[in-house]
Design a protein around this ligand. Structure first.
Ligand SMILES: NC(=O)c1ccc[n+]([C@@H]2O[C@H](COP(=O)([O-])OP(=O)(O)OC[C@H]3O[C@@H](n4cnc5c(N)ncnc54)[C@H](OP(=O)(O)O)[C@@H]3O)[C@@H](O)[C@H]2O)c1
Length: 330
């Protein structure tokens, strides 16, 4: 099969495109003919050796996939040949990644693609959709009529947070780094949008929600807790899920006197059974037209190295040249 893989961790130039032996599903696994994968920042950290991981070499990069079941391993009862599936949990915990023509995935990590949804859209929603669901539903427990700020609402995760918060019945205000991206957050359903480069976000948020907001989602790798806690209402919750090296100061007094809480999480820590709930909800919202993929561009899999470079330049370098997911097609 053709695959995008590394033989040792390093920069995007280490990412090769070429032939690897076809994988064979072991007991409990499903062999998927990959229709599309999407690139996530974590794929670039793993490729670059920036997160501790035991990688089977050669290591195929990538977490997300969407495609069609080609073969099932012993004991797999929930999937059959020809089923269309998506998944988001490869490329870690010793598992091979997805950026190839074929990928073996444990059956418990797969979700059915709803009718009418393309492989590209399913792959682009997978990891970011599950992340947004865990943060909003399982951790911050957002409910209808609450107010939510999404800082970075046009990005990969942020655009899912906007849409899921709306699907839950919340009122949403989103920030983005240009007027076009602000418009994008509104197209995804945000009630209000703020250009964080040209406007005073705190002033706009507090005008919109004078008592503060119930929940604030931070997409940045380094947050400002003074700023964020200042925007929270009593019993407000904040989600942080990025910035392994970040060491911002936490204003403890301002946080506890308002009964506020900060929730951190990593989606890869959530077992398949919990992610099943996320996948089921995402699929329902997909089918109901409440969830839309946020694809910036689609490229052939042979351009995986360029895609990693672009993702890195944006997530780490803040280049501002990407707004959404890069989809790769084998
Ligand atoms: N913990 C987990 O399970 C988990 C899962 C997925 C991702 N992550 C992490 O979450 C982060 C975001 O991932 P992603 O896929 O959404 O990346 P992304 O598509 O690159 O999005 C980054 C977002 O940050 C926004 N941003 C940058 N500077 C900002 C600022 N000063 N103020 C407000 N917003 C700002 C960007 O807004 P503009 O583009 O509008 O400027 C963009 O929306 C990454 O660090 C990733 O590693 C963690």
């Amino acid at each position: 099969m053709k695959a995008a893989y590394i033989e040792e961790t390093g920069g995007p130039e280490n990412l090769k495109y070429g032939d690897l032996p076809d994988p064979t599903p072991t007991a409990g696994e499903v062999l998927v003919r990959v229709g599309a994968v999407s690139v996530n920042p974590i794929d670039t950290y793993v490729r670059g050796g920036m997160v501790p991981a035991e990688l089977p070499m050669p290591f195929v990069v990538g977490s997300d996939l969407a495609g069609t079941v080609e073969e099932v391993g012993e004991g797999v009862t929930q999937w059959k040949i020809g089923d269309r599936v998506w998944g988001a949990n490869q490329g870690g915990h010793g598992r091979q990644g997805t950026s190839a023509e074929l990928a073996c995935v444990g059956g418990e990590w797969l979700h059915a693609i709803p009718e009418g949804v393309s492989d590209e859209d399913a792959a682009a929603v997978a990891l970011v959709g599950i992340t947004a669901h865990i943060g909003l539903v399982l951790r911050a427990k957002v409910v209808a009529c609450e107010t939510v700020v999404v800082n970075g609402g046009a990005g990969g995760v942020g655009s899912m947070v906007v849409q899921i918060a709306k699907a839950l019945g919340a009122r949403v205000i989103a920030t983005a780094g240009s007027d076009e991206r602000v418009a994008k957050t509104k197209a995804f359903g945000a009630d209000e949008g703020i250009n964080y480069k040209t406007e005073d976000v705190a002033a706009r948020v507090l005008k919109w929600a004078p008592e503060g907001v119930d929940m604030l989602w931070e997409s940045r790798r380094e947050t400002d807790f003074d700023w964020a806690v200042g925007l929270l209402a009593k019993r407000g919750r904040m989600v942080v899920m990025a910035g392994r090296e970040a060491r911002p100061v936490l204003p403890v007094g301002a946080l506890y006197v308002k009964d506020c809480s900060v929730h951190g999480f990593a989606m890869f820590n959530y077992p398949a059974a919990e992610q099943r709930q996320c996948g089921d909800d995402l699929n329902r919202w997909f089918a109901d037209g409440k969830l839309e993929a946020n694809i910036d561009r689609a490229l052939p899999l042979s351009e995986a190295a360029a895609a990693h470079r672009l993702q890195e330049e944006n997530t780490i370098g803040l280049a501002g040249t990407l707004a959404g997911k890069i989809v790769l097609k084998p």
